[in-house]
Each structure stands twice: as C-alpha cells, then as structure tokens.
Design a protein around this ligand. Structure first.
Ligand SMILES: [Fe+2]
Ligand SMILES: [Fe+2]
Length: 487
C-alpha cells in the first residue's frame, strides 16, 4: 500500500528533473552550478564593497555574512559533487558574468548594498523556495534540505539589511535598478537553468573589469582618541598585569581592522582555489570576532572606542611627525584632521598577497602565542575569567590561522613567482627583527612623563582605574614579570 503522506506530499506544480534528453545527470545539477555562481558573486560583492562600512556593528555583520556566504557556497559545492560527474567548477553560461559585473559596478555603496541584500537576494530566495516546493520531496531531498538552510541564512541577512535601511534610508539609483532587473530577467529569474552554450563560460565576477577596492576601510564615528596611550602600554606591558589587561582589550578591538584587509585578499585572490577562499572567509570572521570581543570587554569596563582609538590598520589617518619630535609630543595629538579613507586604492598583486599572508600568519600570529598564553594564565589566576576566556578563544582560533598559512603559502608563492623554501627560517628572522624594533620603542616609551597634569598619563591612569574598580583581580593574585610585547 502506498503511504498516504507520500501521495499527498507530491506538489501540484511538480518540477521533474529528467526529460527525454537527460542522460545521467538530472537538470538540478546545472541549476546548482548556476546558483553557486550567483552565491559566489554575492561573496565577491561583499568583499568588493565591504570596506565602505563605518560602524563596528555593521562591519561585524558584513564579516559574518562573508562567512555565511562561504558556507552557502560550500554546501552547494558539496551537493554538486554528490552527483556522478557533478563538477563544482564547471562553466556556467557567460551571461552570468555580464550580469555579475553590472551588479559589481554599482554607482555607490548604498546601491551595492541594495543589490546584494534586496535585488539579488529576493529572487534567489524565491527560486530556492520554488524548488523546495516543487521538487520531489524524497528524490531530491538533500537539495531541498540545503536550500532550506540557505534561505534561513538569507532571511537573517535580509533582517540585518532592513534594520540598516531604517538607519540609512536610500532609494536605489533608477538606472542601476533597471539594469539589475533586466539582468535578472535575462537569467530567467534564476528559476531554470540557462540553455546550453558553446565555448568559454563565465569568469568570476570582477576579474575582467576595472574595479578597485578603497584604499582603507571606513571608520566608526568615534575612532579618534584624544591621546595615544599605546606607548605607555608598550612600556608597562611586561611589568604590570593591569597594563596587559587593558592592552589586550585594545589590541583585540584593533583586530577588527584585519578582516577589512582580508576583504582585499578575497577579492584579489581570485586565482586561488575555492578552498582557500573558504579558509580565509573563516579566518576573516574569526578576526572580526576577536575585534568584537575586545570591544565588548572595553564596554564592560565603561570604556568607549574614543577613549582608546581605532586607527586604520594601514596607517592612514595617523600623523607623520618629523624624526626629531619627542615621543611625549607625538602622543598628544596623533591623528590627522581629515582623511577620506574610501578613495580608490591600488589592486593587490599576487606578491602583495603572499607577503600579507606570510606576515599575518608566520610573523604576527605566530609571534604572539607566548604573550597570549601568559596573559591567559594571569587573568585566570587573578580570577578575571571573562578576560581569560577572551584570550583562550583567541589562542584556539590563532592556532588554526597559523595552519592556514602553512597550508597555502606554497601555492601563493607559486602564483607570485616567489621562492617559498626556507619560509620558516625567514619568519624566525622577521620575528626577531620585530622584537628588536619593539625593544627600541619600549626604551623610548620608558622616558615618557608620568606626572599629574600630563594629559596622556592622566588618561592612561584613569582607564586603568576604571578597570580596577570594575573587575579587581583577586587579592591573593601575585602577578609576576612577563615577556615584552613582541612587536
Ligand atoms: Fe586574532
Ligand atoms: Fe588570527
């Protein structure tokens, strides 16, 4: 007897995935490839335009969406591979590339956001929902299941966008909107696979058009601090556990700059295989989380971004002082008055990409394990468990990040024409040089005024006092001297 639930669950507009011309690959496979291309386009659009975000929460949402998109693409690729002959990197119709480039070349950031989160998202959600409703609920159940998962993520992205639009009202540029609608119609609203084609298919979004990412990334409204207290933290790091506690919260906050840099890695790393993009998307999200964990720790203590500053990672926005300027003057007003962070930058070459991945993984991440573990031990012993947890989760993520560097440097080097042999030895040398430079900075900073009335010193002391008042270390805790900051 046929179970009744099965008969009843066959949809009225049943979408049958075989026809007289079908051999052994059902039609859904080509469709999955096309959907994957569109999702990959969204991933590249987030990388292309994401540096425009200014506020921390919006940056963090974008970084999260980059990871979600990577997971969406992973799911689609895995499903494609489950079919005999299914190839996740198979060409799709060249019309997809033309469309993707129309989307990319938005007249402005807000229009690009409308495209990503509304004009593309809505027809995709509808196409996925239609397949879920009309495909055979048993034959193609694995695709149905993953489309459910994807639409759940897309719903969250849409909710973020709706909230963002309430804060930043905007109507899409009419000509751009019309071009998007025309493109989506040409692609059959993403509902049916495009007809078969001869020759070369679509390259990735953006690789054949001129588009450059901004020189730096947007800054939150309160990114400037009155003083630069970092030299005090540098000087006191090894001696004072409270300086270390303040330093780590600020250091982690500043890590939110790294994912903004990594958007460039994703965009200009288009020659790298998909699995690299997946790893970097996770790396990027982790660094964004580290940024938020530092931020939330500062907020726990009643400290604002403007108390500690969030200068851009590439030095834009910092004043350049004549060499002879004493450090006590340099920390008084460290920032330039006006900076347009979003002027177009320079495209990243394969050599730049190799060098950045090498520096982050082999020098910066590798070089901080000792001081991070010392901080974890101290904060735990002193019973500031929130700060200890912040350290521990970072140490766990960083261990994976260093593995990414080992895994991908050989291929990045090959693409850049760089000799990667002895890269470990080069890293040891680079870390030693960084330590040497840091020791010079420490020595210089030890000469800073530490007297009432000197603004930066008073500000630094006030921040330490805030933390002490808020979360004192346990009275039994006897901190010891620790390593110097490594860079
Ligand atoms: Fe990190
Ligand atoms: Fe990291």
């Amino acid at each position: 007897m046929t179970p009744s639930f099965l008969a009843e669950s066959i949809p009225e507009n049943r979408k049958v995935l075989v026809s007289t011309t079908t051999r052994h690959i059902p039609d859904i496979v080509r469709q999955l490839n096309e959907w994957q291309y569109l999702e990959r386009t969204l991933h590249r659009l987030l990388a292309a335009w994401g540096r425009h975000h200014q506020e921390l929460d919006d940056k963090a949402a974008l970084h999260r969406h980059v990871w979600d998109q990577a997971e969406i693409i992973r799911r689609l690729r895995e499903r494609i591979e489950q079919f005999p002959g299914g190839k996740p990197d198979a060409w799709v119709h060249p019309a997809f590339e033309s469309f993707a480039n129309v989307v990319l070349l938005a007249p402005a950031f807000e229009d690009a956001l409308d495209a990503v989160y509304h004009h593309l998202l809505c027809p995709l959600v509808r196409a996925y929902a239609e397949h879920v409703q009309n495909a055979h609920p048993i034959h193609d159940a694995p695709t149905v299941a993953l489309l459910h998962e994807i639409n759940t993520l897309k719903e969250q992205h849409y909710f973020w966008y709706r909230d963002y639009r309430r804060r930043h009202p905007h109507a899409t540029d009419p000509a751009y909107r019309e071009a998007l609608e025309r493109g989506i119609a040409t692609l059959g609203d993403f509902r049916q696979p495009m007809p078969a084609f001869e020759g070369k298919g679509a390259d990735l979004c953006g690789v054949n058009v001129d588009f450059v990412l901004p020189h730096s990334s947007g800054r939150p409204h309160d990114w400037r601090s009155r003083y630069d207290i970092m030299p005090y933290l540098t000087a006191d790091f090894s001696e004072h556990v409270e300086a270390r506690r303040l330093f780590w919260a600020i250091g982690y906050l500043r890590e939110i700059n790294l994912p903004d840099e990594q958007l460039r890695w994703l965009y200009y790393g288009h020659r790298m295989p998909w699995t690299w993009h997946h790893d970097i998307s996770r790396h990027l999200w982790d660094e964004s989380r580290h940024g938020l964990s530092g931020y939330s720790r500062l907020r726990d203590w009643g400290i604002a971004v403007s108390d500690v500053g969030l200068p851009p990672s590439n030095g834009t926005g910092l004043r350049v002082f004549p060499e002879a300027t004493p450090i006590s003057e340099r920390i008084l007003d460290p920032y330039v008055a006006e900076t347009n962070f979003l002027t177009p930058g320079v495209p990243m070459s394969p050599q730049n990409l190799y060098n950045e991945v090498f520096f982050i993984g082999m020098v910066a991440e590798n070089g901080h394990f000792i001081v991070k573990n010392e901080a974890y031990d101290d904060f735990r012993s002193g019973e500031d468990f929130e700060s200890a947890e912040m350290m521990l989760f970072d140490i766990i993520d960083e261990t994976t990040h260093v593995q990414y560097a080992h895994r991908w440097l050989p291929l990045l080097a090959e693409q850049a024409g760089i000799d990667n042999t002895m890269y470990r030895e080069r890293a040891v040398k680079a870390r030693a040089e960084k330590q040497q430079e840091e020791l010079c900075r420490i020595e210089e900073a030890q000469g800073l005024p530490r007297t009432p009335g000197f603004g930066p010193w008073e500000h630094y002391q006030a921040l330490l006092e805030k933390i002490r008042q808020c979360i004192p270390f346990s009275p039994e805790f006897k901190p010891e001297r620790r390593s110097h900051k490594p860079m």
